[in-house]
Design a protein around this ligand. Structure first.
Ligand SMILES: N[C@H](CCC[C@H](N)C(=O)O)C(=O)O
Length: 262
């Protein structure tokens, strides 16, 4: 099978993207996705996305983790897919697409950053005063720590992700340091990559919502990741739900190519 692929990254979370609007890659297998994402034998990426046609939407997003399995929502992937759609000639003031967790809106700002509206969050489960569980389109465990840049993210993330509570379904694990009221640093161990990624969009979003200093009403949190800076804007409601959640940051093409696979 010959593939024309495109490589994109959003704050270092990187993806292989295929334009599948004419169903050219419908037969792609999980094993082939895993090969394409392999950093030694393939192109190399945290995940792979298909840009599919969709009735009533500008496109459909189909997301695979680098383990080759389809998964739930990818925030950085969604942002990269919007920029890819633009590069492929789909130009909109507001993009509307369908993904694993439902419909999303997105905008490409004048400076090229992409803002993606995330699904509403109804509850945050507080396991204790430092550990939280919530779903921002993918399941996230958020743990507040100090000196996050010195933290053993791989081992500690692996231990939580494969603990009895999460072994079957999996969970993404975020380690968060509070810099000040509106700034956090986040490092994430990602399910389905089974390693730390340079950033995780749904994880950054989850970590921002858990941010201790949020007020009722509009909040904006600046998030530093190893792959760069993102911002998360949202409305916090009195009963503890969250809406109008926007994940904003850069999303850029790295290279394009053609590959022949078995
Ligand atoms: N690994 C995640 C999906 C990708 C999430 C991440 N890349 C993002 O930007 O949200 C999962 O299986 O739940």
């Amino acid at each position: 099978m010959k593939l024309n692929f495109f490589k994109y990254q959003g704050t270092g979370n990187d993806f292989v993207i295929l334009d599948n609007r004419n169903h050219e890659y419908d037969a792609l297998t999980n094993e082939q996705v895993k090969f394409l994402c392999d950093r030694r034998f393939g192109i190399g990426a945290d995940g792979l996305m298909l840009l599919n046609s969709a009735a009533d939407y500008d496109f459909e997003m189909k997301y695979y983790n680098s383990d080759g399995n389809t998964s739930t929502m990818c925030g950085n992937g969604g942002r990269c897919l919007v920029k890819f759609a633009f590069h492929r000639g789909i130009t909109r003031t507001i993009y509307r697409f369908i993904a694993a967790d439902g419909s999303h809106e997105a905008e490409i700002d004048m400076d090229g950053t992409v803002s993606l509206k995330m699904k509403d969050v109804s509850t945050i489960e507080e396991l204790n005063h430092k550990d939280f569980l919530l779903d921002t389109g993918s399941p996230h465990y958020v743990k507040m720590v100090s000196d996050v840049m010195d933290y053993d993210v791989y081992q500690k993330g692996h231990d939580i992700r494969f603990s009895n509570k999460f072994a079957k379904q999996g969970v993404n694990v975020n380690f968060v340091e509070q810099k000040n009221d509106d700034e956090i640093i986040v490092r994430t161990y990602e399910r389905g990559v089974e390693d730390e990624t340079l950033s995780c969009g749904t994880g950054v979003t989850a970590s921002a919502l858990v941010n201790f200093h949020n007020e009722i009403g509009f909040n904006e949190v600046i998030v530093t990741t190893k792959g760069g800076k993102l911002s998360v804007e949202y409305d916090r409601h009195r009963e503890g739900s969250y809406s109008d959640i926007w994940l904003c940051g850069p999303a850029d093409m790295v290279f394009a190519g053609c590959i022949e696979i078995n």
